[in-house]
Every structure is written in structure tokens, then in C-alpha cells.
Design a protein around this ligand. Structure first.
Ligand SMILES: [Zn+2]
Length: 338
């Protein structure tokens, strides 16, 4: 079987790997219909996270179940399934309160940029669609594995309600889908921060009412102006840098909500500043498993089309180009077809 392996900074190779097999009775083997490159894959790709040895890549996936272990009861061969980037049992105390990405038995899925994938804890991790989907639904269904679930969590954790004023910091795929999620949850005003015309266009399509192109202090000043000096009810931080986090906190109204779903890199919060900011702060790796049933329904009934974030589709063997295009910001997000 062929799959993507990262060897070092900007060195992704498509090469022969062992074909995954059932190793535990709770596993499933799925044939990948589509996978993709995540913004978070770019951290190791750019050498910001060290790569000590050649590392298989990929954590977003959907496909057809080929085989299941003896203990698996909720999915069966032939079904089309989607799962979270964290496998979870969906029964432990953390799962029960909706934090499956902090499952006591969580396992990170890390080999999905390939044609076949082993999924641990299949019963708790995978959700089947009502039938095998038509081809045009596959990109949107794939987003539910991570990027759309993460955008949805960002909006949910930021307490977006009907009529809310929402600010989205970050115009990557997660930020754009945070816009879509806020719209779906009934936000009255959605201010997207973006400096890129193609991303601004998609943000508007997804429901953004205003675009702010300024960053840092200027961005905060512009947002202040737009919210009459009060700040936003909900701020979605979808980047993970010091600047974006501080921008998010400074943009919230008193008593407002800030969610953060970008993996933090070098973010340090000042206790005193946080104390006087008077914000609710909630984030982390999105428990996308919690939202899968609801989001599958929305995609299946064509209420939302998050697959629009894929502006580049490549055969899986062109995976290196898929990374390059995202690294150089020529593509928002790359979909890969085995
Ligand atoms: Zn659990």
C-alpha cells in the first residue's frame, strides 16, 4: 500500500507502507474514499514541530468499511463511515460529557493519507452515513472528520446564539468553516478577519457580513469601531499564535466568549490581562465525534456545503504538491483522492 510519509521540513514522500490489518477486536479497516491535508500538518511540514524519524501523515478521512474486528457491532463492511481524528471509546466519563477528543482511551489517527486505514475503537469512533453517498457529497462529508467539526466546535464553544455578533480570527479552512457554523447557529453579524481576496469571497459565501483586513492593534481598533466599542459576543480564534489569541481576547465584549481551536504555538497569557478581560475562554482539540451525527444530517440534506473549502483536488500520489500548495498559500485546503 502507498501512503504519505514526512521525512523532514518540506519533504513529503509517497511511498510503500505496510498494509494496515486488524490488530485488536475493536478495530476497523477502511478503504479511504478521500483524505486531505490539514493546516496543522503544516507545523511539522515547515519544521516548526521536529520530525525525529520518517512519519506517516494524515488524520482526516472517510471511506468504506472493509473489515471489522470481532467486538465491533456498530459498523459493518460496505458502509460509508466518517470518524474523528481522535479515536474514542465514546463510553468513558470524558466521552459521556462530550469531550471525546479527551477520551481516556483516545488514540490519534495519524496515517490517513493512504489508501487503507486502521481505525481503533471503531464502535466509538466511526459514524456511518444513511447510505453510500453520491460522489459530490464526499468533500463535505470528509470535512466532518476534522476541519468542519473544529469550526463547529469553535462556534459552539464561543456560545454563538441567534442574533450574536461574532468575530472570526483566522481565514484558514477552520476559520472559514467557523463562519459557516456561526451562520448556521443563527449569528446576526459575522465579522471575518482576512487579507486574502479568495478567502474573503468564501467567507462571504459562508455568511460573513463584514470583512476586516487589518491585523494586530489596528485590527482590534477596527473591530472596536464595528462593535461600537463594546466588543463581540463571540470570538473564534482559529490560528494559534500570540497575536491572534490576544486579538481574540481584546475583541470580546465584557462577559463575552472566546473559543480557541488553533493549536497554540508559543502562546502565553498574562494573568492580570486575562483577569481584567472578563471573558469566558474555552478551546482545545475539537470533540468532533460529538457533532458527527448532527453534521452528517446537515450535509446529507444539503443544508451546508463545507466541502467548498477544498480549492485543490489531487490524486493521492501528488500529495507532496498538495502540501506545497497549502504551504505557499496557493490553496486553502487540498483534497486527496486515492
Ligand atoms: Zn472515552
Amino acid at each position: 500500500m502507498l501512503g504519505a510519509v514526512l521525512y523532514g521540513p518540506r519533504d513529503v514522500r509517497f511511498e510503500e507502507r505496510d498494509i494496515p490489518r486488524i490488530t485488536k477486536s475493536t478495530d476497523a479497516i477502511i478503504r479511504i474514499s478521500a483524505t486531505c491535508v490539514c493546516g496543522s500538518d503544516l507545523w511539522p511540514y515547515r519544521g516548526i514541530n521536529a520530525i525525529p524519524q520518517p512519519t506517516p501523515m494524515g488524520h482526516e478521512y472517510c471511506g468504506i468499511v472493509e473489515e471489522v474486528g470481532n467486538a465491533v457491532t456498530s459498523v459493518k463492511p460496505g458502509q460509508f463511515v466518517i470518524g474523528s481524528f481522535f479515536a474514542s471509546d465514546n463510553t468513558c466519563p470524558n466521552c459521556k460529557v462530550g469531550y471525546q477528543s479527551s477520551c481516556q482511551h483516545a488514540e490519534f489517527i495519524s496515517t490517513a493519507q493512504a489508501s487503507v486505514l486502521r481505525v481503533p475503537l471503531a464502535d466509538g469512533t466511526l459514524v456511518a452515513t444513511p447510505a453510500v453517498p453520491s460522489d459530490d457529497l464526499i468533500p463535505s462529508l470528509l470535512t466532518l472528520s476534522d476541519v468542519m467539526g473544529t469550526g463547529w466546535f469553535a462556534a459552539d464553544a464561543a456560545n454563538v446564539k441567534p442574533g450574536s455578533t461574532v468575530v472570526v480570527v483566522g481565514d484558514g479552512a477552520v476559520g472559514l468553516l467557523g463562519v459557516l457554523s456561526a451562520k448556521q447557529m443563527g449569528a446576526g453579524r459575522i465579522i471575518a478577519m482576512s487579507r486574502h481576496p479568495s478567502r474573503q469571497k468564501l467567507a462571504r459565501e459562508f455568511g460573513a457580513t463584514d470583512i476586516v483586513t487589518e491585523r494586530g492593534d489596528e485590527g482590534v481598533a477596527r473591530l472596536n469601531e464595528l462593535t461600537n466599542g463594546i466588543g463581540a459576543d463571540s470570538v473564534l480564534e482559529c490560528v494559534g499564535t500570540q497575536e491572534s489569541m490576544m486579538q481574540a481576547i481584546s475583541t470580546s465584549r465584557k462577559g463575552g466568549y472566546v473559543s480557541y481551536v488553533g493549536v497554540p504555538h508559543g502562546v502565553e497569557l498574562n494573568g492580570e490581562q486575562l483577569f481584567f478581560a472578563h471573558v469566558h475562554l474555552h478551546g482545545g482539540p475539537a470533540p468532533v465525534r460529538r457533532y458527527l451525527p448532527e453534521l452528517i444530517k446537515l450535509v446529507w440534506n444539503r443544508k451546508i456545503n463545507p466541502g467548498k473549502v477544498f480549492d485543490l483536488t489531487l490524486p493521492l500520489d501528488h500529495v507532496a504538491e498538495g502540501y506545497r500548495a497549502m504551504d505557499e498559500r496557493r490553496a486553502i485546503k487540498t483534497l486527496l483522492r486515492p
